[in-house]
Design a protein around this ligand. Structure first.
Ligand SMILES: *[C@@H]1O[C@H](CO)[C@@H](O)[C@H](O)[C@H]1NC(C)=O
Ligand SMILES: *[C@@H]1O[C@H](CO)[C@@H](O)[C@H](O)[C@H]1NC(C)=O
Length: 135
C-alpha cells in the first residue's frame, strides 16, 4: 500500500513536470499576447477625400498592449459593407499612428470606409470620396 502511494505520487510529479515543460515549450506568440485594435480617428464621418490626391489615415495608439501579435499595418478600402481587395497602404508600423496614402480613382460616393489591420480589422466610419464620376 505504501509502495502504491509512493508510485502514484511519483507519477503525479512526473506528469506535472512534463506538463510544465510542455507549457513552457509553447511559443510566446500563442499565449500572453494581446489583440491590438487601435481605433481609426481619420477618416471621420465628415471627411471628404479627393481622388488622386494625398490623404492621411490616423489612428489612436495611446494604449497599446505590451505585446502585439502583428505589428505590421495594412489598410484596405471598403464600400457599402464590402471590403475591397484594394490596398491603400501596407507594411507600416501599427504604432506609427498615421500613414499617408494616394486616394484611388474611384466612383464618387459617401459610403466608403477604411479598414486598418494589425491584429484585427478596425473600421472607420463611412466617409466621402469625391472627384470621380458618380456611382
Ligand atoms: C455605411 O454605409 C452603408 C451603405 O449606405 C450602410 O449599409 C452602413 O450601415 C454604413 N455603415 C455605418 C457604420 O454607418
Ligand atoms: C486621376 O488619375 C487618373 C490616372 O491615373 C486620371 O485618368 C484621372 O483623370 C484623374 N482624375 C482626377 C479627378 O484627377
Amino acid at each position: 500500500m505504501a509502495a502504491f502511494t509512493f508510485n502514484f505520487a511519483s507519477m503525479f510529479v512526473l506528469f506535472a513536470s512534463m506538463f510544465a515543460m510542455f507549457v513552457n515549450a509553447i511559443p510566446v506568440g500563442l499565449v500572453g499576447r494581446d489583440v491590438y485594435v487601435p481605433p481609426v480617428t481619420s477618416p471621420a464621418a465628415d471627411t471628404v477625400w479627393t481622388v488622386n490626391s494625398t490623404a492621411t489615415i490616423t489612428w489612436d495608439t495611446s494604449s497599446p498592449p505590451e505585446q502585439i501579435t502583428n505589428k505590421v499595418g495594412r489598410v484596405f478600402l471598403r464600400k457599402g459593407d464590402r471590403t475591397l481587395p484594394l490596398l491603400l497602404a501596407d507594411g507600416f508600423d501599427i504604432l506609427d499612428g498615421s500613414v499617408d496614402i494616394t486616394v484611388p480613382w474611384v466612383l464618387e460616393s459617401g459610403d466608403y470606409q477604411v479598414v486598418l489591420f494589425g491584429d484585427s480589422g478596425n473600421f472607420s466610419p463611412n466617409f466621402t470620396i469625391t472627384g470621380g464620376p458618380p456611382y
